[in-house]
Design a protein. Structure first.
Length: 94
């Protein structure tokens, strides 16, 4: 039987469990979008973090639906590395 071995992460912060995550799901979930022009002032659905020409989204489908609906074109999109994802999970929580 050939199968994929899933890697699960149990994330703790100050001794409290934040969650139990599958590595591949996290890698697919957190995406950075780069934009040639500036971003709208309003927060984009799924947006977790914003810089002048980029956002990080934790809800790919919601973000892309909004961008398409608003006719906002992105220049590039890439997954975050696991270090960046863990940083978001541990420090940028609301």
């Amino acid at each position: 039987m050939h199968g994929k071995i899933a890697l699960y992460l149990l994330v703790l912060h100050d001794g409290k469990m934040i969650g139990n995550f599958e590595k591949d799901e996290l890698m697919e979930r957190y995406v950075r979008y780069w934009f040639h022009d500036g971003l709208p002032e309003a927060q984009i659905p799924g947006e977790i973090k914003r810089e002048k020409f980029s956002i990080i989204s934790g809800q790919l489908d919601e973000t892309e639906a909004y961008l398409a609906e608003q006719h906002i074109e992105w220049q590039n999109r890439s997954s975050l590395d696991m270090d960046d994802i863990l940083h978001l999970l541990l420090t940028d929580r609301k």
